[in-house]
Every structure is written in C-alpha cells, then in structure tokens.
Design a protein around this ligand. Structure first.
Ligand code: NDP
Length: 481
C-alpha cells in the first residue's frame, strides 16, 4: 500500500516539517499505516506565525465582501471534492462513509458559507448619549491559534477557521495528529481557491510538540480549543498567565432524560443514535440514559434488543451502523472502561468487548455497542467520559430526581429531555446544568445558536455571533460633539 506523506500548509505552500520528523497515521478500520503526518516543531510554528503576521494587515484591511468571497470559493471546492473528502474522513477516523457523507463533509461547506454570510451582516453596538455617541469597534485579534480533536476532524476545524478568517484574523490551525488527512486536502483546496499566502496555515503534529509550541508562542494572540477536559486544563494554565484570549470546548457525560409520556418510537430511535452515532465518539452523545421508573423495564428490554441488532462493520459498507473507533489505544481505553464497569457491579446487557467484522477489517479496532444497568450514580462509569459506544441506564422517580441525576457529574455539555408535557420540558431545561438542552430531539444544530459547555465541559461559547465576538477585540470609541 502506498503511504501518503502529509505536508504542512505554511505561507500559501505545502512544506515538509523542518526537522523531517514524521509520525505514522493509521487507518483504524484496517489497522494499517497509510500515511505519515509531520510532527512539527517550534521552527515550523515560527515560520507559520511569520507568514501569518506578514499577511495580517492586508487580510484585515480587505472588505468583508472580499474575504467572504474567498471563503465561499473554498466552500464550493469542498462541495466539488465531496466524495474524496468523505472517503478520506472515513479512512482516517473509522467512521461509516455514510455518516461522513451525510454529516461531516456537508457541514464543512455549510460552516464556511454560514460564517461568510453572517460576517457580512455583522454589526456592533452603539450607545447614544447627550451630545455624544459611543460605538464599539470590533477589530480582529491578529494571529490566532486553533486546536481541534479527531472525532469530527474537518467539521470542527472549519467551525473555528471560518469565523476567525471571516473577521480578518490570520490562523495557525493544528488538527489532531490522529486524523490529519482532510485538513491536508483542505489546504490544497485553499491554495486552489486563491486564499492569500499566510492567511491560513495548517501545521500538523502531536499535542505535546506542535500544540504546546502554539500555546507559548508570543505571536499567537488567542487559542480556540476543542478537545478533552484534561488538555483544556493544561491549556488554561498555560495561556491564562500570558493574558491570551482562550475558548475551551471540552468533554461531556451527557444525560438523556426520558419520561413515560414521551413519543416512544421517536425517542427510541433517536436514543439509539445519540448513544452510538460515530461509535459514541461525539462530544454530544448521550452516555447516561435516565428513564422514568414506571417504564424502566420496558425501555431496557427494547433498547437492549435494538442495540444488539446494530451492525458493527466495514465503514465502507452501507449496512454498517457503527464503524471502527479511532485508534488501537482508544479501543483499549474503551475496553478498560468496560472492565471497570463490570468490576463496579454493572449488569452487562449487550456488547462488552471488541467487535470483529473480519474480511478487509480483520485487523481493525472495533467495539460492540455496550449497555450497562445497575451502576451507582457515583461509580466511575457514571462519572467519567468514556467516548465510545458504551451507555448506562438508570431509573428515576420524578422530575426533581431526574434533574439531580442529570446534574450529578462534573460535566455540563448537552442533555436531551423526552416528554409530551411542554411545561415539564421547559422546567427540565431550566434545571439541568448544561450548555445545550434538546427537548424531544438530539443534535439539532442551528448554526446561529450559542454552543458550549458549563462546569468542566468548557469555558466560553462558540456558534453564531459568539464566534465572531471571540475572534475580535471590542474597543469602545466615545465621541462628544
Ligand atoms: P485531546 O484533548 O487529547 O486533543 C485535542 C487536541 O488537542 C488535539 O489536536 C491534540 O493533539 C491537542 N493537544 C493534546 N495535548 C496538547 C497540549 N499539551 N497542548 C496543545 N494541544 C494539545 O482530545 P481528543 O482529540 O482525544 O478528543 C476527544 C475529546 O474532545 C473528548 O473529551 C470530547 O468530549 C472532546 N470534544 C469536545 C467537543 C465540544 O464541542 N465540547 C467536541 C468534540 C470533542 P494530538 O491529538 O495531535 O496529540
């Protein structure tokens, strides 16, 4: 098998890392190295920051329409190359092709067009006063850093790159070293679209080497990060004393709260998705299913029966509901969490081990959809993010008890509530501590809405105007006349 060598995108060109240092990149569905990714060092980050600083004043001074036009050209090329990007995302991450085709890659183009559009309509506040006026100038920050995870690789990277560029910043972006391929293909599309050199730089490498070099670089004025809570803590500790602006989108342990009066079929179908979509590796997946006691047994029976029927298989096959998890270490981590759940006294209803689809995927890293009951609220399994196809089910007695269980972890990213009682839906939304609450749905994303987590799930919000505000510095100008 030929091994592609990924390159950094710096100053409008594709470059090898200065050190010549590369890391292997594995296709997790087949368990084989299929590309190599630069492990960039500080000199590569220096070069990217120099290129971005050189490009900044010209990019920031372009009209909004000019910047948005370039972004839309990139989105058009993403649409043109959709099939290639879909296959690359699936091969890099292990996700089913049909998920990458339905969600990941269309969302990349949608993210870019959305921010190109709302930046054109962006306005800032003004406050009239007797014989005077205050107005708020929102200026780009300069060179900003973007660090993103492996679960929705290009989707999450574009969600940050687009608003930063639309508002006139220049960007140094580091995708996860585990899933670098679509970001590399994206850099080729940016060159083709005529993105001015240095405006966007994509520098590949590990968190410890490349990521850390970004955090401490004096030329990088802000860090927008999506990833795990522990990495988020490290980032906060490192960048806060430098007074850099930062935003953190972190982990979750999301509750799905189900009342007996819900629309059962719709709830069941959606809860299967919220549990196992992308092999449970979406920060918004519901990993704690809380069910009203009066329907608990019926729910457990039905949910387990349907979970057993979910097909774990080759991501390229249309019939696969779940593909591979992202890597062998991650598969081992998930299997370790399953062992912990057993030791904690959990009752295993289905799954509980690796899946073996055979054929082309005989050496791949797969995990069966796994369901536990009988675990204490304060068990490790109910407290720690697993980020795999593993869910627990717990019964609750009433609304207060449901809210108490929902709020019983350190996280607060997302929650779903299923009920036909509209008042109850609103009450639960008020009581649950999380950045997003869905009532009778899951993962519906209106790009205009604020997105982010409470507690250990993050700091700050992205989405819509929130992202445009993050990537600008507000300056109040007071004029007397
Ligand atoms: P990590 O925190 O391990 O990594 C995220 C990114 O940070 C990667 O690019 C990683 O690089 C980089 N990184 C790691 N260490 C450092 C460091 N010391 N300095 C700078 N950068 C660093 O998360 P995962 O990639 O494992 O992603 C899964 C996590 O992301 C889950 O916890 C999930 O909940 C969370 N997530 C949150 C979302 C949200 O919106 N709240 C959305 C999606 C995921 P590398 O991998 O190359 O080493």
């Amino acid at each position: 098998m030929s091994v592609t060598q990924i390159k950094n995108y710096i100053g409008g060109e594709l470059h090898e890392p200065g050190s010549g240092d590369y890391l292997d990149n594995v296709n997790p569905a087949i368990g084989q190295v299929y590309s190599q990714v630069p492990n960039s060092h500080i000199d590569d980050i220096d070069a990217a920051v120099d290129a971005a600083e050189a490009a900044f004043s010209k990019w920031a001074r372009k009209s909004q329409a000019e910047r948005s036009t370039i972004l839309r050209r990139v989105a058009d090329l993403v649409d043109r190359d959709r099939d290639r990007l879909v296959t690359a995302e699936s091969d890099d991450n292990g996700k089913p092709l049909r998920l990458a085709r339905a969600v990941d890659i269309p969302r990349v183009a949608a993210n870019i067009r959305f921010y190109a559009g709302i930046a054109e309509g962006f306005s800032s506040e003004s406050y009239a006063m007797p014989r005077g006026i205050n107005y708020v100038l929102r200026q780009p920050l300069g060179v900003v850093g973007i660090i993103s995870p492996w679960n929705l690789p290009l989707y999450l990277l574009s969600w940050k790159i687009a608003p930063a560029l639309a508002m006139g910043n220049c960007v140094i972006a580091k995708p996860s070293e585990i899933t670098p391929m679509t970001a590399y293909l994206f850099s080729e599309l940016c060159i083709e679209a005529g993105m001015p050199p240095g405006v966007l730089n994509i520098v590949h490498g590990s968190g410890a080497t490349t990521g850390d070099a970004m955090l401490t670089h004096p030329g990088i004025k802000a860090i927008s990060f999506t990833g795990g809570t522990q990495t988020g803590e490290h980032i906060a500790r490192t960048v806060a004393p430098q007074f850099k602006k930062f935003s953190l989108e972190l982990g979750g342990k999301n509750p799905i709260v189900i009342f007996e009066d819900c629309e059962y079929e719709k709830m069941m179908e959606t809860t299967l998705q919220s549990s196992f979509a992308n092999q449970g590796q979406i920060c918004l997946c519901g990993s704690r299913v809380l069910v009203e006691r009066s329907m608990y047994e019926r729910f457990v029976d039905d949910f387990v029966e349907r979970s057993r029927k979910m097909r774990v298989g080759d991501p390229h096959e249309q019939s696969s509901d779940l593909g591979a998890v992202v890597s062998q270490p991650h598969q081992q981590k998930i299997l370790g969490c399953i062992e912990t759940a057993k030791q904690e006294g959990g009752q295993l209803h289905c799954g509980g081990g690796p899946a073996e689809p055979g054929g082309r995927c005989a050496d791949g890293f797969f995990v069966q959809p796994t369901v536990f009951t009988g675990l204490a609220t304060d068990s490790q399994t109910n407290q720690q993010e697993i980020f795999g196809p593993v869910v627990t089910i717990q019964p609750f007695d009433d609304e207060k008890h449901a809210a108490e269980l929902a709020n019983s972890t350190k996280y607060g990213l997302a929650a779903s509530v299923w009920t036909s009682d509209i008042g109850r839906g609103h009450r639960m939304a008020e009581w649950i501590d999380s950045g997003v609450v869905w009532v009778n749905c899951w993962m519906i994303r209106d790009l205009r809405t604020p997105f982010g987590g409470m507690k250990a799930s993050g700091l700050g919000r992205e989405g819509g105007m929130e992202s445009l505000r993050f990537f600008t510095e507000p300056k109040n100008v007071c004029v007397k006349y």
